[in-house]
Design a protein around this ligand. Sequence first.
Ligand code: ARG
Length: 460
Amino acid sequence: DANALWGGRFAGGPAAIMQEINASIGFDQRMWRQDIAGSRAHAAMLAACGIISEADFAAISRGLDQVAAELEEGRFVFDPAQEDIHMAVEARLTELVGDAGRRLHTARSRNDQVALDLRLWVRDAIDALDRQIADLMRALLEQAERHHALPMPGFTHLQIGQPVTFGHHMLAYLEMLARDRGRFADCRARLNECPLGAAALAGTSFPVDRHMTARALGFDRPMANSLDAVSARDFALEFLAACSTCAMHLSRLAEEIVIWMSAPWRFIRLSDAFTTGSSIMPQKRNPDAAELVRAKTGRITGAFVALTMVMKGLPLAYGKDMQEDKEKVFDAADSLALSLAATAGMVRDMVPEPENLRRWAGAGFATATDLADWLVRTLNLPFRTAHHVTGRLVAMAEAKGCDLLELTLAEMQSVEPRITEAVFGVLTVEQSIASRTCYGGTAPANVAAQAAEWRRRLGA
Ligand code: ARG
């Protein structure tokens, strides 16, 4: 039989495959809370503006209470013929309250309705993700506080560069995550305009008050252009881009956890709680959670790319293509939420291996820069010259198979006669780290101060 919502124009029903490709109810039912909140605000506005009667508004409110209760308690019966959550809620409402339910869609289209619901959903998702990012930052902060002075090798090109502290390394991720929060906050601020009242695409002839619905739903203002209101999905793309960047940061940390766990490195340990075994190799302890966090980045960024491709050729205003936005947004939000929780768990679980970190912090001539800096400071050599002298000393140590600290003073002086015994004072890991006192440097006192500053900002 013909569809109840547009059956006036249609004699026959849809082919089964038409219904199947058209339906979004399987996934957009996740937006039921947002859909009902939007309908409540819309109905209240219609009544306040004299577009529906107070009696109809009362019936709609009562009906929506019941629909919400049925959905909340899992008693709501989804009819596969209802294409999406908007139709399902309205159909049930009409079953419950009759003609009043049929008046709810006055001055509204599913086009502004779905744009509204998704904006509300993304706004809620941002708030939840923000809390999770803050929690992960606290987990990193706990490690940074505990290990603000623990030396570890700092790398460039994954080759040993200069010693840093484990706490400094943790705080680097904290800074990244703080910017991720900023990106979500920017996205939230920009998306916080209300599309409701744009109706199908041109606005409505009813005397609606779009400012009233915008205010009731916590938006800063109604969207200024009705075509834009129903066409725009850049808010979803911006959300996905922010998810993608945050996931990329988690992936880098996950990659480091994988490397640090590996036996030839053994920089950290993860407990039984965050590792898995092998069904054949009894000795194995695998960092699966970290690997999966690394992998989720692919699907999160994939969602951003997929929605960009969906949107890029669409003429204004609404096109059914846009129905594909929701699964991308939901999947990216779910994947990021899971990744954040797993990462916070791993970070809290992880225990550094101090001896190993300390040993590798000084390996690979890691204090060569300190030697060059000493030559500049003490002998007033130009830095490039000091770099060259140090390079020759490194080559000498390498040929001898020893550390810079193990060269004799005579050997040092054979390259640069003015070098004195004092040089050995700057070649230890502790001395190197302690000397990095410039703002943002890795000196333990700096790291402790930065950690204290983050503790103040993040609270307990
Ligand atoms: N399920 C649709 C979506 O997700 C709702 C809007 C449908 N609008 C329309 N004119 N067919 O985009």
